[in-house]
Design a protein around this ligand. Structure first.
Ligand code: GRF
Length: 201
């Protein structure tokens, strides 16, 4: 199965997917393309180093967000992508794109949704004072971090945690969970009905 990864930043989740799926000949997952809205995203460099096509799409060249998304859609189709994987992609995909790729876009979020959606999930959880936060992988719908939940794992919050130490611990779980879930999807074990996602193991 060919996947396309969208990333805006450092791309440690992308790296986990490269190492655990793309490089494993026994797993039927190939990263066909990595796309970024940020020319300097280290994710693009990680893709190049792994011999994966890395494409920067400059949002300022498009008159609207929808047209920017259309360009992303065009590139994904060129590379015959079947599943879109968001890995630290910082732009919100617009409804026409989401409709075209319904239940074929996954996102990873560093909190237990529906708690702490949005850009500062780790900081928000820490400030709120929760004792347990975690990782959520979900399908993307028209809202922000609101789509059907595929998998979650908890991460404890310690009294002396900073945003950085907590995010580091969350990352460790993300790097295990995302490749696992993508593999299950590639094996046809994940189905969606309304908001309910089932995994056949
Ligand atoms: C991850 O924590 C992910 O949950 C969030 O953005 C971060 C991306 O990290 N959506 P990286 O670029 O994969 O290192």
């Amino acid at each position: 199965m060919k996947i396309g990864v969208l990333a805006s930043g450092s791309g440690t989740n992308l790296q986990a997917i490269i190492d655990k799926l793309h490089r494993d000949e026994n797993v039927n997952v190939q990263i066909a393309v990595v796309i970024s809205d940020n020319e300097h995203a280290y994710a693009l460099e990680r893709a190049r180093k792994a011999g994966i096509p890395a494409v920067f799409i400059d949002m300022s060249k498009y008159p609207s967000r929808e047209e920017f998304d259309e360009e992303i859609d065009k590139v994904l189709r060129e590379y015959e992508v079947e599943l879109v994987v968001l890995a630290g992609y910082m732009k919100v995909l617009q409804p026409p794109f989401v409709r075209k790729w319904r239940n074929r876009i996954m996102n990873i979020h560093p909190a237990l949704l529906p708690s702490f959606p949005g850009t500062h999930a780790v900081r928000d959880a820490l400030r709120y004072g929760v004792k347990i936060t975690g990782v959520t992988i979900h399908f993307v719908d028209e809202g922000v971090d609101t789509g059907p939940i595929i998998a979650q794992v908890p991460v404890p919050v310690y009294d002396d945690d900073t945003e950085e130490t907590l995010h580091n611990r969350i990352h460790v779980e993300e790097h295990k969970l995302y490749p696992e879930v993508i593999k299950l999807y590639a094996e046809g074990r994940i189905s969606v009905r309304g908001r309910k996602v089932r995994i056949r193991r």
